[in-house]
Design a protein around this ligand. Structure first.
Ligand code: FAD
Length: 249
């Protein structure tokens, strides 16, 4: 599907180039974007759509089994584990929300919490602790995700007792947060305390006229392909209107 999207964009005249934006200068016009730390390109308008990367635990097994039972999105992949047992790591509001979502699909949700308390709000904690099929493992970390070609079990380490427990699961969800890929824009673009780009509500406009933001890099709430695509369409329209108004189109 994405290959077809790319073909359609090219057919409509999009000049597609590959490279990593490594620096920007939004203090000059046209704006400047450094590519692969070696060359600068200029643009009258820029749409930032660099996404947000899920944070991972850093285990080799987590990487190896990613897409084979390991996922960072319960709302996206939970359905594949309907009627099965799963584990989820995390203790914030998102982890609590995802655990509750999974509890409606799965037989048992094993929730792994690093400390003896959760970071999630009181109301979310109460909902998790009252769910009959969510089992919370306090003071616990993931020692290893087990399985050759797909997730078969998870081995937990209780850091208080040093005891290891193996739990058979089919799915393993990591819900320890996301990191917006916005570092290179920090000097110029307004962001919230966690690095998500702030746009003027109802638009894709940033604090710099002519620079727009779309997708997960400016949305910590929904983070879905369809919402990202919708905001991408908003940004394209905003950029086109900006260029037309400035006589640059
Ligand atoms: C495991 C998983 C499953 C998912 N399943 C679903 C699903 O079933 N349905 C759904 O709706 N959503 C799903 N999502 C969410 C969906 O993938 C995202 O919401 C969506 O991809 C966000 O689009 P985006 O364009 O904002 O960012 P991304 O898709 O992350 O794209 C950002 C792009 O920018 C590039 N980039 C980053 N920094 C730079 C830079 N400095 N220079 C150049 N390029 C850069 C990245 O390499 C990437 O290609 C899932 C997410 C995960 C993690």
């Amino acid at each position: 599907m994405m290959v077809n999207f790319e073909k359609q964009a090219a057919r409509m005249g999009t000049d597609i180039r590959y490279g990593l934006a490594t620096k920007v200068d939004f203090s000059v016009r046209p704006f400047k974007v450094e590519i692969d730390e070696e060359k600068w390109i200029e643009a009258d308008s820029v749409i930032i759509s660099t996404g947000a990367s899920a944070k991972w635990l850093g285990l080799e097994s987590e990487q190896r089994l990613n897409g084979f039972g390991v996922s960072a999105c319960a709302v996206c992949d939970g359905f594949f584990f309907r009627g099965k047992e799963v584990a989820i790591v995390g203790a914030g509001d998102t982890a609590a929300e995802e655990a509750l979502y999974l509890s409606k699909l799965c037989t048992t949700v094993h929730m792994v919490v690093r400390r003896d308390q959760m970071r999630a709000s009181k109301v979310m904690q109460d909902r998790v602790l009252n769910a009959p099929n969510i089992k919370v493992y306090w003071n616990s970390v993931t020692d290893e995700i087990l399985g050759a070609n797909k997730v078969e079990a998870v081995r937990l380490l209780n850091t208080a007792t040093q005891e290891k427990t193996e739990i058979p699961v089919s799915g393993f969800f990591v819900a320890i947060g996301h990191e917006p890929n916005s570092g290179i824009f920090k000097e110029f673009i307004d962001m919230d305390e966690t690095g998500y780009i702030q746009t003027i509500p109802g638009t894709s406009k940033t604090n710099v006229e002519g620079v727009f933001a779309a997708g997960d890099v400016q949305d910590k709430n929904y983070r879905q392909a369809v919402t990202a695509a919708g905001s991408g369409c908003m940004a394209a329209l905003d950029a086109e209107r900006y260029l037309t108004a400035k006589g640059l189109a």
